[in-house]
Design a protein around this ligand. Sequence first.
Ligand code: MN3
Length: 196
Amino acid sequence: MTFSLPELPYAYDALAPHMSQETLEFHHDKHHNAYVTTGNGLIAGTEFENLSLSKIVQKAYADSNQALINQAGQHYNHLHFWNWMKPNGGGKSVPGKVEALFNAYGGYDKVREDFIQAGVTQFGSGWAWLAVKDGSLIVTKTPNGENPLMTGAQPILGCDVWEHSYYIDYRNLRPKYLEAFFDNLVNWEYVEGMCP
Ligand code: MN3
């Protein structure tokens, strides 16, 4: 498949004040668009062109193709990131499949604490994740454009902790951004839809 930039599933100002119109304009129109354009340049005329995005991401990692890990990984991550958020999202009311995973892990509060901690402790650019591996919830983090698909888990929620995702709204306060994301933005129905 070739990559294409999707429209945001809401208006640019819909996530304010937790994520501003200015952040979404730069993040979606500039950053994500660059991953799409550069990624398409990398896969043009190669065997990757005929694979699904998930397979491209996994094969790039298996092949240690760092350029494609970066661009295809970031395209996958951002495609879902826009959908992992919605206006008036977040909070403790999670759908059944997600609730079952959370309960087996130790409950909502422990998931929230560990997810925020994963994002805070990712040194430099990267992502905080909830993923499912062998039927169980894991909380993890990855550098740069990597994601849990590359290491055999199914991502169900990711938060971009690159500075471009929060610096306009939160400056250096990454913990505040992660708290706002979890408490006010997460689209739990989309998270449930990604559960294996
Ligand atoms: Mn980003």
